[in-house]
Design a protein around this ligand. Sequence first.
Ligand code: GLN
Length: 309
Amino acid sequence: MTNATPDYQAILQQVAQQVQPLSHRGKVADYIPALAEQSLGQFAIALHTADGQTFSAGHCANRFTIQSVSKVMTLTLALQRYGDELWQRVGKEPSGTAFNSLTQLEFENGIPRNPFINAGAIVTCDALFSRLSAPIHTMLESYRSHTANPKVGINKVVAQSEYDHRYRNAAMAYLMKSFGNFDNQVEEVLWSYFNFCAIELNVCELAQAFSYLSTGGICQQSGQRVLSARQTQQLNSLLFTSGLYDAAGDFAYRVGMPGKSGVSGTIIAVAPERFTVAVWSPGLDKVGNSVAGIAALELLAEKLGTALF
Ligand code: GLN
């Protein structure tokens, strides 16, 4: 690696051009009607550097719901309020199962494997719920300050549709409640969880929202400390081992960076001390990760030498 700053703009354009054909592959999420309407053939990428510059290529103006990438902010807000005490409620181990799997909960006394599978994110929401008077408002304000865009909002059609089809997520929450690992009203916590998933951003805002992961915990836009340097390093370690569900190993092998994906076809990845990158392309592979998104991050890591090992 040289010390010269890479030409990020040119590299993103090359990546976008190379992976654009892959954006027609895969299947859009169809578990709720609002997501099934997304069309294939779209791709966007944005990179936000640790010194505060944003570069982007592809369909960058498009807004999309961030889905499971929201689990990173949920965990962040919970760590701010609980520190290591949070780990009494949720584990830190890779699950090796689908993001919406129920089976481990039964065998592991209602303690989800990690905060990035649905059960883990829902119990983290429950913990947050206990310490916030208006969780949805607080969550929105975090994204607004991190992106310096006071207009960031929630796609209410998606949130409602998720809630109307909540059976599986509700089953997880009630199972955790039966084990005593749930403190608040299940339906209220689920409503917050779905609203967090339905926060709508474009790819540049998404990279900015998670810039603190590449700066040792400081938000680029607001200048505020979000997490301590140690907590940020720990969060990146968890993203590396568990951010892509049962494809975490494949992602580590191909991309080699901490990352988090969502079923809208978005993924964030972190090059510590260098940048946070966000991609979006709705065509998903069998485990629910963006086909073109993973290919783009693999290419980017190769071009920039950002794989950790
Ligand atoms: N809203 C989705 C769900 O709860 C999030 C899942 C995901 O992005 N993997 O099922």
